[in-house]
Design a binder for this molecule. Structure first.
Ligand code: KIV
Ligand code: ZN
Length: 498
């Protein structure tokens, strides 16, 4: 084993996808999995098969779609979970079952109403059971971050003996300090017999903003697998960012650890995940944020122009940002559009290019410049078979007038029209659509953001609605705020009107 090789375990499609509103369909997951394979990740955690038929199916399809990375499925330390995981992995060239149980006193007492001894027995039984079904078994000690080290070493010792090849030490709550997390890994390295024959994995959450620091501390103390997600997406404040760890190791040659990541694919992967998950990347996000390489102070600009190394530690090209090719305008042709989309990892089928190009021209007429985010929005349009489609929208709004919206909807092929007033143009448009669909729907969340530039820019609307006791998420993008809100509403409707 190359002791300086760090294995990248990507959990964007499992821990990352648990974020409310970020759910992906199987086609989108396959698209991301293929991108992860190109990026060079070692392991793709494809889902939690027992959790839903959708997850089960995604693990099957991802197993068929990729050949290089190990495909991993999550399970609890429960036989039926492990059976489902093994079944979902049956097409994987290199399957791995990731099973585990909570080990902190709080989990043992409140979650399992159990004892430390019984937890070890359940952990060992799960690993042995999984080893009968697949060669590679990874064990996670949930809430290891708050588990007492001496007891954690006993658990790890037992599961290593039972046949686990990789031992995951999650800081589930994101509570640990870097020194503390590093010391935990060091303790295991020093107190578990046979630890040199297995791989210790970090799995850090970012609740206190320390996920990357904790992961690095784990690596510096002997861990050799990193569980992470693109853009750091994940439950609550997210998981460790893949791109941050990959670039830390690439920049810090002094650490002498390396990954198999093709760093030039990082930017396109980041934009793809952001677009498909409808999760904007914060502008000042390390490595992939819009401002990560933007120098606005005169002193910085002067220095960078004289020599890039004065203020930049990463060459933007190393993460796949090629400044010359970012902007497209209404004068760009089909070839330029297709080329730019391919750089973003989007394959454009020959029979789709004309309609995408027409949408592109319409958008380019409304906006001065088309940036990557816009292209990803264009690429995502028309993916779904929709029961409800917007035919037209007209609004009257302003100060001192009544806000009125007239809309035309196509519902399962039938045309409807309605007009309504509201306390603003968005409200009027929603009221008009409610007259047509005649369902009781309550908007429980509505966020409007602009995509990248100023007032000529497109805006993205995220919406959550409640219908019949269930919550649905929808998204809309348009240069018109009312239109994007209505699109978001219609995309919510399409989740339950079939
Ligand atoms: O954060 C965590 O503990 C997890 C485990 C299920 C691996 O995601
Ligand atoms: Zn997690």
């Amino acid at each position: 084993m190359d002791r300086n090789r760090v294995y990248i375990f990507d959990t964007t499609l499992r821990d990352g996808e648990q974020v409310p509103g970020c759910q992906l369909n199987t086609i989108e997951k396959i698209h991301i999995a293929r991108g992860l394979e190109r990026l060079g990740v070692d392991v793709i955690e494809a889902g939690f098969p027992i959790s839903s038929p959708g997850d089960f199916n995604s693990v099957i399809e991802i197993s068929k779609a990729v050949s290089e990375p190990v495909v991993c499925a999550l399970s609890r330390a429960v036989q039926k979970d492990i059976d489902m995981a093994a079944e979902a992995l049956k097409f994987a060239k290199r399957p791995r079952i990731h099973t585990g149980i909570g080990t902190s006193d709080s989990h043992i007492k409140y979650k399992f109403n159990s004892t430390r001894e019984e937890i070890i027995e359940r952990a060992v039984a799960a690993v042995k059971y999984a080893r009968n079904l697949v060669e590679e078994v990874e064990f996670y000690a949930e809430d290891a971050g708050r588990t007492d080290n001496e007891y954690l070493a006993k658990v790890v010792q037992a599961v290593v003996k039972a046949g686990a090849r990789v031992i995951n030490i999650p800081d589930t709550t994101g509570y640990c300090l870097p020194e503390e997390y590093g010391a935990k890994i060091k303790y295991l390295m020093e107190h578990v017999d046979g630890i040199e024959d297995v791989i210790i994995s970090t799995h850090c959450h970012n609740d206190l903003g320390m996920a990357t620091a904790n992961t690095m501390s784990g690596l510096l103390n002997g861990a050799r697998q990193v569980e992470c997600t693109i853009n750091g997406v994940g439950e609550r404040a997210g998981n460790t960012s893949l791109e941050e760890i990959a670039m830390i190791l690439q920049c810090h040659k002094d650490i002498d650890l390396h990954t198999g990541i093709n760093s030039r694919d990082i930017y396109s992967m980041s934009r793809n995940v952001s677009s498909l998950m409808h999760m904007p990347v914060q502008p000042n996000k390390a490595v992939v944020g819009k401002n990560a390489f933007a120098h606005s102070s005169g002193i910085h600009q002067d220095g960078v122009l004289k020599n890039m190394s004065t203020y930049e530690i990463i060459d933007p090209k190393d993460v796949g940002i090629d400044e010359n090719s970012i902007v497209l305008t209404a004068r760009s042709g089909r070839a330029a559009l297709r080329h730019r989309m391919e750089l973003l990892g989007i394959t454009v089928e020959d029979d789709k290019i004309d309609s995408i190009y027409q949408d592109f021209l319409r958008m380019a007429d409304q906006k001065k410049e088309i940036v990557d985010e816009d292209l990803l929005v264009l690429a995502g349009q028309g993916n779904l078979q929709k029961a409800v489609k917007l035919d037209y929208l007209q609004v009257i709004s302003g100060v001192g007038v009544r806000h009125v919206a007239s809309i035309g909807l196509d519902v399962k092929g039938e045309k409807f029209e309605a007009a309504a007033t509201g306390n603003g143009p968005v409200d009027a448009a929603i009221n008009a659509s409610n007259q047509i669909i005649k369902e009781k729907v309550t908007i429980t969340e509505l966020t409007i953001q602009n995509i990248s530039l100023g007032s000529s820019d497109g805006c993205r609307v995220h919406m959550q609605v409640e219908h019949d006791g269930h919550y649905y998420y929808g998204f809309g993008t348009n240069t018109d705020i009312v239109a994007s809100s209505l699109e978001a509403y219609i995309s919510c409707l399409n989740k339950f009107i079939r």
